[in-house]
Design a protein around this ligand. Sequence first.
Ligand code: PLP
Length: 287
Amino acid sequence: MSRSVYVNGDYLPEGEAKISIFDRGFLMADGVYEVTTVIDGKLIDFDGHFTRLQRSLDELGIENPMDRDAWLEVHRQLVDQNALDQGMIYLQVTRGAPGDRDFVFPDPETTKPTVVLFTQSNPALVDSPKAKKGIKVITIDDIRWGRRDIKTVQLLYPSMGKMMAIKQGADDAWMVQEGCVTEGTSNNAYIIKDGRIVTRALSNDILHGITRAAVLRFAQEAQMPVEERSFTVQEAMQADEAFVTSASTFVMPVVEIDGARLGTGAPGPLALRLREIYIEESRKAAI
Ligand code: PLP
């Protein structure tokens, strides 16, 4: 069935949606994005994603084309028009299409940002077969640029990392800088040792995950100690448990790192408990 998508103010069948060849998102990866999860037809942590969108746009000097309520309305329209029960809403804002290619940013008075949103249905988000088995990760060098805190559409290296993992029979890659894990290709990374949850502290080195913020809050509420600090690959391979978080995978247990099995090789009890709490609490707060 053809989806209804949103492009610059219009809701259109996906086959009719078009973007200029001069769009700076296409030519320069000059754009940012967000992915908001939908469960039971409701948005998970909409305000967290809106706040990060605003921050990404501010960091790049792109004007936010809509206020919070207008963004919410578009998200809700797309959920309704596509009868989306479980899945994601992808949104992208670029610096627009100035009508030619130039390294110099166009005048924002004459070139307005491009806005695109579409839905992705995935009925297996909550009841995920992968979460029951856990995922395997490999480690790769983190050669991305130095502003990973901005959620830009420059995703070629993370995409290549994912392919390197798949080629080696794993599911994802953890990226490593100076011996320490930064994050997964599209998620934040955690280990658990002796009941303590360890994850890299926020900086320009990683994306400030919206799911990360929620999960750390829930962990503290459940009296699980959290340490926000860097950890080495060696330390990760000797951990009791590991997991990743993202809007679309929630809390996903990791059972193997570079071929080293963690614990029994099955998802760890604390990761599974955090997944349960995250899903339950997020469902309650969804709008
Ligand atoms: N880190 C990276 C590099 C990501 O691409 C993502 C999500 O796309 C995340 C972390 C997790 O962020 P969030 O929890 O907001 O989805």
